[in-house]
Structure formats: C-alpha cells, structure tokens
Design a protein around this ligand. Structure first.
Ligand code: DC
Length: 236
C-alpha cells in the first residue's frame, strides 16, 4: 500500500514544558492532531494519581498517607482514549473517565504535592517513556524535555505572566459552567509555580536546548502557527 505523506515523514519526539495554564496543552494537542502524532498530557497523569489518593482516603487535609499510596501505585492504571466529539483524549483512571474530575479546583489544589513524591514521579516517568518509545509523540508537562525525553528533537518551554494564566484558567472553568473566583485561581497558579520550581526531584526548568516562548500577548492561532514552524524546522 502506498504510504501517505505524513507516514513517510521522519517521526520525532516533541516535548512541551512550561508553567501551569500557559496554554501549552492547547498548543500541543493542536499540533499533534495536525501532524498525526499521539498527544499525551502528562499533567493529567499526576492529576489522576491525586484523584485516586483523594477517593481512597489517602489525604488527611493536605497530609498524604505516603506509605499507603506507595503500596497502591501498581493499582493505579491511567490511560487515554480519544473523545471523538471533542477531538481530544480523555483521561481514564482504572477504566473510568475522570477527565472532568481531574480538572476540579480540589485536585488542582493538591496535585503539586503529589507530584513532589519521588516514587510517583518514577512511576509516571517510566510509563511516559514507554508511551514515547515509537516516537511520533507530543507530550506536555514540566519535566518532559529535562527528564522524560532528554533527547527529544524538539523542545519548547512555554511561559506567560501569572495574571494572564489565571485569567485563561478562569475563562476555561467559566465556559464549563464551573464557579471559581479569579483571586483563588491566581493564588493557586502562583502557589503551583512555586512548588513546581522548588521541588527537589525534576523541578520545572527550561532545558538548555529548549526554545522559549512567552505567549502572554499571542492568540491561539498565532501560537499554533509559531509551533508548526518550529516543527517543520525540526524535521528538516
Ligand atoms: O499541567 P497541569 O497543570 O495539568 O499539571 C498538574 C500538576 O502536575 C502540576 O502542578 C505539576 C505536575 N506535573 C509535574 O510535576 N510533571 C509533569 N510532567 C506534569 C505535571
């Protein structure tokens, strides 16, 4: 059978890291769809572990029952399935669609703590590397270009001001009919930036060979066009 142009092109690994609500998922998802790559939202995996811990009584306020969670790690199965209507992958936790639940403010408030745990990171990084074995993948997160795929052919690091990111998150929740105060969201964004950047294992930082993008004043179509340009250059 004749190969399509897309199949003949060299497959690469694309790592998109950056601050929370910087719009990196939208960019990553759009690019993956356009070029026929798999898209993986690694943050969704940390969110799914957080939801699991919440639903299994492994949180006491902000305290995590670390040993109990460690014992349960192998019971946590995370997968992605395409939602054909929305044209985006939904996150499944042990076979249940948890896409909405993992985006709640409750999960957002706790996920950074879960993602500081070494055994959680180790498990997630292993699963992510497995998913990227065949290349042809766009993965977004915090440590994709530094830890998960240090040899990725294209690495992008996305940033925008905390206020811009909080506004985006506010609009996103509002569009879904969820109530959330802008001030609370801004506080959460700033707090997560701090935890993500200061954690001991794989802190959020730009890989030396990543291309920096500040998209504070860019529209989604502009970002999309910019990223496509970077991709076309990378496959040359
Ligand atoms: O991208 P996000 O906001 O959905 O990510 C949720 C949290 O997961 C974020 O606070 C940091 C963590 N995370 C991480 O530590 N490493 C990743 N590769 C992706 C996310």
């Amino acid at each position: 059978m004749k190969k399509t142009q897309k199949e003949e092109m060299k497959k690469i690994t694309i790592a998109i890291d950056g601050f929370s609500s910087s719009g990196k998922s939208t960019m990553a998802k759009d690019l993956a769809q356009e070029i026929g790559y798999i898209y993986i939202d690694s943050g969704a995996m940390y969110r799914a572990v957080t939801l699991y811990a919440m639903e299994h009584g492994l949180f006491n306020g902000d305290e995590i029952a670390v040993e109990a969670l460690k014992d349960r790690m192998r019971d946590i199965r995370i997968s992605f399935r395409l939602d054909r209507d929305a044209q985006r992958p939904d996150t499944y936790l042990n076979g249940v669609n948890v896409e909405d639940k993992i985006r709640s403010m409750d999960v957002s408030a706790k996920v950074s703590r879960i993602s500081t745990l070494g055994f959680v990171r180790e498990a997630m990084v292993g699963r992510q590397q497995e998913m990227g074995k065949a290349k042809g993948i766009v993965m977004d997160g915090r440590d994709i270009g530094t830890t998960v795929f240090p040899d990725a052919e294209l690495k992008i690091f996305v940033t925008a001001s905390p206020e811009t990111r909080a506004k985006r998150r506010y609009e996103e929740l509002k569009a879904k009919g969820r109530k959330a105060a802008y001030d609370d969201i801004l506080k959460n964004v700033i707090e997560r930036d701090h935890i993500d950047q200061s954690r001991e294992i794989s802190p959020l930082r730009k890989a030396d060979d990543a291309i920096l993008l500040d998209n504070s004043v860019m529209s989604i179509p502009q970002q999309k066009e910019w990223l496509m340009k970077q991709y076309l250059q990378a496959i040359q």
